[in-house]
Ligand binder design. Structure first.
Ligand code: UTP
Length: 281
């Protein structure tokens, strides 16, 4: 299975940091966000990855490319650990790129992948969303896709006061953590929300999605919404992801992600914990 990583968005919620650099390249602890996303795809058994880029996103390509000067420098001064780490980034997977010409929404970004996925089911991992769990989120979805032979998306339980920010599903539980989805509503009010289960940033989609993406009318700001197209799929399942999901497109979630990872790090975790205790007093 191939993976598609949409990373062409303008990142307006994170301005001015994203004025001249992609939000997908913002570091979370010690790595750019999109490296975590590529690592999740690879850990799920995927080695063919298409990244949807756009204007001003060249540093993403540079990050996954070889850097001969840097490698030569690290080798010549004996920094072998860094050298191994740097080489591994460019060897992780076969990474391809296509540009979304205009930022017309997530649905339009996925349409740019149509030729590359070539009629097969494919995984989508949002380039600004990091998931953390011993079993990669996308691996769980591949298992659900294989069991039910249908599209599958990751869902998570969200607090009632945050429901209005998400796409929310209506569904029937078919087994522990798995729902057959009957409908999806984008950003409903608390009263209208059919559940507290929100669509997050991971999907396995059947190729029919491309027909529906071409069919659905653009919504607010001329954007083509992926949720509108997914509602037209014959059958779609949701898997409740048991780990932590960070949408680093907002400053607060980005800070939380870096902090959580720093706290888990064997080298700096303890010092960070002490520091937090001091400043919270
Ligand atoms: P978001 O809606 O969170 O990204 O899309 P955005 O449009 O950059 O955010 P704001 O609202 O302006 O801050 C989720 C993912 O889809 C990609 C983004 O790069 C992000 O990884 N995306 C979004 C595209 O590739 N193309 C688009 O037109 C929109």
């Amino acid at each position: 299975m191939k993976a598609v990583i949409p990373a062409a968005g303008l990142g307006t919620r994170f301005l001015p940091a994203t004025k001249a650099q992609p939000k997908e390249m913002l570091p979370v602890f010690n790595k750019p966000t999109i490296q975590y996303v590529v690592e999740e795809a690879v850990a799920s058994g995927i080695d063919d990855i298409l990244i949807i880029t756009g204007k001003g996103k060249r540093s993403i390509e540079d990050h996954f490319d070889r850097s001969f000067e840097l490698e030569f420098f690290l080798k010549s001064c004996g920094k072998i650990d860094y050298l191994v780490e740097i080489e591994a980034i460019s060897d992780m997977a076969d990474i391809y790129y296509v540009r979304q010409k205009e930022q017309k929404g997530l649905g339009d970004a996925i349409l740019c992948a149509q030729k590359h996925v070539d009629g097969d089911p494919f995984a989508v991992l949002l380039g600004d969303t990091i998931t953390q769990h011993s079993t990669p989120c996308t691996k769980n979805l591949i298992d659900v896709y294989e069991k039910y032979n249908a599209s599958a998306i990751a869902i998570e339980k969200v607090p009632k006061d945050k429901i209005e920010r998400y796409g929310i599903i209506k569904g029937q539980k078919v087994e522990e953590s798995v729902y057959r989805i009957e409908d999806m509503v984008e950003k409903p009010s608390l009263n209208e929300a059919p559940s507290d289960l929100a669509i997050t940033g991971r999907y396995i989609l059947q190729p029919e999605i491309f027909d529906y993406l071409e069919e659905v009318p653009p919504g607010v700001g001329g954007e083509i919404q992926l949720t509108d197209a997914m509602r037209l799929l014959d059958s779609i399942y949701g898997h409740v992801f048991p780990g932590r999901i960070y949408d680093i497109g907002t400053t607060l979630e980005w800070l939380k992600s870096s902090l959580d990872m720093a706290l888990e790090d064997p080298e700096v975790g303890e010092e960070m914990r002490e520091y937090l205790k001091q400043i919270i007093k």
